[in-house]
Design a protein around this ligand. Sequence first.
Ligand code: SF4
Length: 468
Amino acid sequence: MNVVPLKFRPAGGERLIFCDDAGGFFRSNEAFLERYVEDRMTPDDRSFLKTNGHAFDKPGDLAYNAFSYRWARRLHAPADLDYVILVPTLRCNLACAYCQVSRVNENAPGHDWDAATLQAVLVWLDSLSSKTIKIEFQGGEPLLRLDVLRDVRAFARQRFDQPKFVVCTNLQAVSEAAWEFLSASDTFVSTSLDPTSELHERYRTSRHAATEQFLQNLARATKDFPDRISALPTFDPNALPEPHDVIDAYSSFGFRSIYLRPVNHQGFARKRFRTQDIGGVWNGYVRRFVMALVDYNATSEHPMEEFYFSHCLRRVVLGGHDGHVDLRNPNIVGRSYVVVDHDGSFYPTDEARMVTRLGQIDLRMGDVRTGMDRTIVDALNAESLNLFDPDCVHCPYQAFCGVDLIDDLSRYGRIDLPRHLTDFCQRHLALFDLVFELQYSDDPKVRRSIALWSGLVDIDPELTKVHQ
Ligand code: SF4
C-alpha cells in the first residue's frame, strides 16, 4: 500500500491536523505522526488511511484515480471571459476617507466614457465568445451615468443569455429613474454600509443629514428587493467596533452575510490609514467576530455568516469553490474577468488599476479601441499558483489556499517575498487554523454554525436547532 504525502500542523495539545495534496484531512496525534514518519503504522492506521482516500495499492487503481480527481478539482481553470467590470465614470458624490478607487469630484470633467468609448465597449462585448455574462458597474458612482448603464444593459440583454448586472453604488442620491433601473429582476445592488452608522458618517457621508438619507435609501432597497442587495463594511483596524454592534446593524436591514474587510491597502486609503502591518490585530478581530456570530446563531431565527470565513470553510470541506477572485489556485488574472476603466483601458482586476495609478507597476492590458494586450499580465500569471512555492509545499493548507499576486505587488512591490512573510499567508494561515479548530469542536453552538456556513445544510433554523 502507498500512502500519499501527508502534511501536518499542531491543533492544540498533542493533536495534529493532517492534510494531503487533494484536500483530504483528519485529526490525529503525535503518536500517529511518529508511526507514519518511521513507517511502522499499525493495520488500523493503514485501514484508516485506505478507507479515507489517503492511500492506494498501485497507480491507476480506483483509489489512485479518485485521489487524482480530487487533486485536479482543487485547481482553478479560468473559463471564458464572462465577467466584466465596467467603470463608466470616476466621478463620485461622496469623498470617503478610505476610498479604494481614485474617484474625482462629481463635477470634474474628463473622467467619463464618451460616446466613442461606449460604442467601443459594446463592440467589444459583442465580440466575446461567452453566451452568458455578468456585468458589474463600478465607479466613482455609476448611477451618475444612468444613461450608460441603460445602454449597456439593453445591449447585453439582447446579446447574451440571461445576463446579470450588479450596480456598485453608495446609495447616497438615488433618483426615481435610478430606482426604476434597480428594480429589474436581473439587476443586483452592492453597496457599502460601514460597521455602524456612526462610523459610516465619520468615514463616508460626513454629515448627519447625508447619513440619514443613505439609511433611508438602504431601507427602501432592502424592503423593495431584499434578495438582490448586499452590503459591505470597511473596517479601520485602528478603530474596530464591537462585533455585536456590527451584527445588530446588519441584521436590522435583513442581511445574513457580513464580509469583514480592513481598509484596502491597494487604494489611496493606504496614505491615511495604517494598513501594512495589521495582521495580528486583524486576525484576532476576525476570530472574535466569528465567535460572536456563533453565539448569535445559537438563538437567532435568522442565522448570519462572515462571508470570507464561510468561503474558506467551504473550500476545505467541498473543494471547487473558486467563486472568489482573491482566493484561487492558480489565480490567473486577465482571462475570465477584466475591468474596463473610465478611459477604456483594460485591467486584470480592480485592484490592478490602483497599483497602476499609484505608479507601482503598469498592469494596463490595452484598451477597448485597440484591443487587449496581456503581455505583462501573462508574465505575472506564470507565478500564479502555489504548487511549487517553497513555503506552500510544506503547508497542510496548500490545497485550500491560493495566491494573490496583485496584493503582494501592492504591499511589497514584488511577488517573490518568502510566502510566510506576506500578509496573504498570515491571514489565511490564521483563518484555516480557525476553520479546523471549529470543525472539530464539540460545542453544539459551534457545530450548528459550522453546519450552516459549510453549505452542507441549508440555512434553516428548524433543521439545525441546537439540542443541549
Ligand atoms: S500562502 Fe501560507 S497558508 Fe497559504 S498555502 Fe501557502 S504557506 Fe499555507
